[in-house]
Write a new protein. Structure first.
Length: 235
C-alpha cells in the first residue's frame, strides 16, 4: 500500500502546540487513510521516493519562501518531480507558495500586508469543474495567516478562489496538484491562538479579529476531498 506523505515544513508556536498540537496533527484529523508518514523536512528527514507516494501534502511554515532556505530549495525540486509524475499534491500556505515558485511564478510579501483571521473567499467559475472545489459552495469562510503570497501563478495554472485581499487564494496545476493559501487544517481554536500570538501588543485589533472567528467546515472538507482524489488516482 502506498503512503500518503505529510511534509512538515515548520512548527507552530509553542503555546499553540501545548494546547492544540502542531501542523501535522491538525491535518491528520481530516484524513481517513491508514498508511501515512510525516516527514520533518527542517530536521533533514529524507524526501520520499516517488514510487512510494499515494499523495503529498506540504504544510505551512513560519519560514518565508523568499528566504530560499536549503531544505525549501530541495522541496522545490521534489515538487517539480511530483507534478511530472502526476502524483496528487496539496500545498497549504507555505506549500501553496512553494508550488507556485517551483513552477516559475513569483512569491513575495503582499503589498497589502498580513492577512489574518477568518475571511470569506469566492470560487471562480473554473472551480465548478474542479475535482475538489466542485463540492464546495461558491463562497465560504477560511482561516488565514500569511504575509507572503503567490503574486503570480504558474503558466497554465487554473485559478480556483480569491478575495479582496488575496487574488490567488487557491489554484490547480494540471489535473491533481492544488495550492491553497488559506489553512483548511485550522479550527477556531488554532485560529484564535494565532491571533493572540501575533497581536499581543494590539488589544483593539486582537479583540476585533477574535470576534470574527467562526467555523470553517467547508474549508476543512478540502483535506478529505484531496485524500479521496489521491486514493482514486491509485486504483
Amino acid at each position: 500500500m502506498k503512503k500518503l506523505f505529510i511534509i512538515k515544513a515548520g512548527k507552530t508556536f509553542d503555546t499553540i502546540i501545548s494546547e492544540h498540537g502542531d501542523f501535522e496533527d491538525w491535518i491528520l484529523k481530516y484524513i481517513n487513510y491508514e498508511n501515512i508518514k510525516i516527514i520533518d523536512i527542517q530536521n533533514n528527514e529524507e524526501i520520499p521516493s516517488l514510487n512510494d507516494c499515494l499523495g503529498v501534502i506540504i504544510t505551512g511554515s513560519h519560514a518565508m519562501v523568499t528566504q530560499e532556505l536549503p531544505w525549501s530549495l530541495k522541496l522545490e525540486i521534489f515538487i517539480k518531480e511530483v507534478i511530472l509524475a502526476k502524483i496528487p499534491f496539496l500545498g497549504i500556505c507555505y506549500g501553496h507558495q512553494l508550488l507556485a515558485k517551483s513552477l516559475g511564478a513569483k512569491v513575495d510579501y503582499h503589498l497589502k500586508g498580513i492577512e489574518l483571521g477568518t475571511v470569506n473567499i469566492s470560487a471562480s467559475k473554473e472551480a465548478l469543474s474542479d475535482d475538489i472545489f466542485k463540492y464546495l459552495p461558491s463562497s465560504f469562510d477560511v482561516h488565514v495567516v500569511h504575509s507572503q503570497s503567490a503574486i503570480s501563478l504558474p503558466k497554465g495554472a487554473v485559478l480556483l478562489a480569491s478575495n479582496n485581499h488575496e487574488q490567488n487564494h487557491a489554484f490547480r496545476v494540471g489535473e491533481n496538484a492544488w495550492g491553497v493559501q488559506f489553512h483548511p487544517e485550522y479550527d477556531e481554536n488554532v485560529m484564535k491562538g494565532y491571533i493572540k500570538e501575533l497581536l499581543k501588543n494590539n488589544d483593539e485589533e486582537k479583540n476585533r479579529l477574535l470576534k470574527k472567528v467562526k467555523q470553517s467546515n467547508h474549508s476543512n472538507e478540502i483535506i478529505k476531498l484531496f485524500v479521496n482524489v489521491a486514493k482514486a488516482s491509485n486504483y
